[in-house]
Design a protein around this ligand. Structure first.
Ligand code: FBP
Length: 274
């Protein structure tokens, strides 16, 4: 990592990256809980919320929609990605060059590496090319570090997540995005293994407000630098409301209780707030 290379996609060294590559990665099924979010305009509007430090999209969405939002939204170009129709060993095609992403107006690139896959070697070599090109264009580098494939059955064990953040540091990411490893202690270990690079937590499938905010609070207390989140925001009926709560937790160090108050959301488990 290079100090400050990720400045454009952070605020006070923290990030809330709104991930919106799900139409490619999972397919239209991810838009069913909130059908309006199939329209990229709806998600770019969400990305104008103060809490959001960047929106992560694939090339076609950026080309088609980013020009209308470039004054209000910071673009993170997700360079590779695979559809859910692919049934082989985890791999990801490179869909976008860094040069083109920079022309479209990106401030950072995002790149998935599936450590442990049969395709790890080629993915890491592709990451190297993208990372070095990003440096030439002064773009921040975010690695989606998701070990999976072959014999790797449970990719969210504490050891695997610590290995994921270490891959990000060793291979030159400024920020590494990982799944939550299940406890603050395990998250703290993963953050330690990232050295002076940053770690953000992946949002995961939709959970209730209190559960989600509590996991984010735990991750932040364990030293994480924020969140890269998709479904837990855009699948809600009121995505702006959860962005208000996340802003409080990530940037204002609010407790879960205070964040729920900001949102006007009732706790589902009041005892856990005491
Ligand atoms: P979520 O917050 O919805 O989990 O999104 C994060 C993300 O990394 C997306 O960028 C990506 O589309 C998706 O998760 C991939 O999830 P998976 O490969 O685990 O199904």
């Amino acid at each position: 990592m290079i100090p400050h290379a990720d400045e454009a996609i952070t605020r006070d060294d923290k990030s809330l990256i709104l991930a919106y590559d799900h139409g490619l990665e999972h397919g239209p099924v991810d838009f069913e809980p909130n059908p309006a979010t199939a329209d990229p305009d709806r998600v770019f509007e969400l990305a104008t919320h103060d809490a959001v430090t960047a929106v992560a999209v694939q090339k076609g969405i950026a080309e088609g929609y980013y020009p209308s939002y470039e004054d209000d939204v910071t673009l993170l170009a997700k360079l590779n990605g695979t559809s859910n129709l692919w049934m082989g060993e985890p791999n990801s095609s490179v869909n976008w060059t860094v040069e083109n992403a920079a022309e479209v107006g990106a401030d950072a690139i995002g790149f998935t590496v599936y450590g442990g896959s049969n395709h790890e070697i080629e993915m890491v070599e592709e990451f190297r090319e993208a990372q070095e090109a990003a440096r030439e264009h002064d773009l921040g580098v975010v690695m989606w570090s998701y070990p999976r494939g072959q014999g790797l059955k449970n990719a969210t064990t504490p050891d695997t997540i610590a290995y994921s953040t270490r891959l990000g540091l060793e291979l030159g990411a400024d920020i590494t995005k990982v799944k939550y490893p299940g406890s603050p202690e395990a998250m703290n270990h993963a953050v330690t293994m990232a050295g002076n690079s940053k770690v953000v937590m992946s949002g995961g499938s939709k959970t209730d407000d209190q559960d989600f905010l509590a996991t984010v609070r735990n991750a932040m207390d364990a030293g994480a630098n924020g969140l890269a989140v998709g479904r837990n925001v855009f699948q809600r009926d009121n995505p702006e409301q959860i962005l208000d709560g996340l802003e409080a937790v990530i940037f204002e160090e609010a407790s879960v209780k205070d964040a729920l108050d900001v949102m006007g959301s009732e706790p589902t488990n009041p005892a856990a707030l005491e």
